[in-house]
Design a protein around this ligand. Sequence first.
Ligand code: SF4
Length: 108
Amino acid sequence: MTDETPSSRRRFLKFAGGTAAALAVLSALPRRVMAALPHLSAATNATAKALNYVEDDTKAPAPHKPGQDCAACVHFQGKAGDAYGPCAIFPGFDVHSKGWCAGFQAKG
Ligand code: SF4
């Protein structure tokens, strides 16, 4: 026999609900931090310059091909529809979803 009462069950469910809400808030924090990354610029980043990074893929030099942009690249870590997102090639920076660099690799 347990000493569980409707009142103690309600307290437990209230506690469990509050804990779940707190975990949801905490799990969203890293994504917010990632969204605050500075935008990559070839004017200030030597690697970006060496790889011919541009924010507008229509202005990218060869070997760029139409349809190749960061959103279609395997290294892009942003969500679909995000204007900017992290790139595995440029840690600590966000790249434009319509950008391009010579490190482009099409998603499989
Ligand atoms: S590696 Fe891919 S996602 Fe990163 S900047 Fe170059 S084209 Fe964009």
